[in-house]
Design a protein around this ligand. Sequence first.
Ligand code: AMP
Length: 110
Amino acid sequence: MATLFTKILNREIPADIVYEDEHVFAFRDIDPKAPVHILIVPRHEIGGLADLPESGDHQHILNAAKLIAEREGLENGYRVVINQGPDAGQSVNHLHAHLLGGRKLAWPPG
Ligand code: AMP
């Protein structure tokens, strides 16, 4: 069965999609934790970072993060986060990176 994020990619569930290429797509998080909070998702579903193959679409997440951050005007900085598994609070089992920016981000995260 398609994941929630694949349904967003297929326009079965509405979302504010801000970027798409042959490898990944990206849309604004429905519950933003910063002025800019965008999820970057590989088209090809894998459950999470723990399932990452040696090569493939998934490797393009960081390239897209850099590009989207430039487009969003995050010249002052930003953070890219991948939550893997229950201890990190992963809630959607389709690999995704959070791009967060537009405010000062505390370190370390909670
Ligand atoms: P994670 O907890 O790392 O698995 O991140 C999942 C993220 O998906 C959360 O930040 C949610 O707010 C976000 N999310 C869940 N449903 C939607 C949706 N329909 N559209 C956009 N973002 C969503």
